[in-house]
Design a protein around this ligand. Sequence first.
Ligand code: DC
Length: 242
Amino acid sequence: MKKIIIAIDGYSSCGKSTMAKDLAKTIGYVYVDTGAMYRAVTLYALQNGMFKEDKVSGQSLINEPELKNAIHQGKIRITFKVNQTTGAPDTYLNGQLVESEIRQMEVSSRVSPIAALPFVRELLTEQQKAMGREKGIVMDGRDIGTAVFPEAELKIFVTASAKVRAQRRYDELLGKAKTREEAEVLNFDDILKNVEERDYIDTHRETAPLRQAEDALVLDNSNLTKEEQKEWLIKRYEESAR
Ligand code: DC
């Protein structure tokens, strides 16, 4: 089998990361979660007071010049290190483990506007291209098959209905809640709204919007079991790497 690049794109919360991680582990490839990189930039902006709440719209506004400066001064360093327990890479921001922080609602609700900024995309796309030089990589995101690796040997576009995705996200957050209070604040409608908002921003932004590459294979997993999905993926991998 030759070493290839596997690009997995699709909507948020459709199980891309779990699927990509599992595939990489099975075939001995490196896994890169590019969403985690956009989330880490968002966390940096939050930690450094770069968001301001707009009192009229209630929206979070980002101080773009400040973030741009931080990026140009090399103040945001994102790295991955394999977690010996899970076998999957954890995300580090400037040497600090941030895997759990970047999954919080505080970050999730602000990441799409950050991912729409051309100077953020430029920086991260460059780093992602460098990670794929040796091939043998499974990378998941929104623009991997279109902008990062348009030459990838295998491109998969994953989709599922917004309701199915919101339910999965709700279940995941519920599973992670450590206290009753944490579980009680979870609201399905808020999560569904967040999923739909992110879909809108991700597909309508000017730079590298989420769209299916012409040569991508579509995987709608609304009604697939994990096993069926894995079987489908392994088959596609074997066909492409042969
Ligand atoms: O996959 P995720 O939910 O962790 O992604 C977080 C955000 O980052 C989401 O709003 C889409 C954006 N993103 C992107 O624009 N391009 C990528 N390659 C990966 C994620």
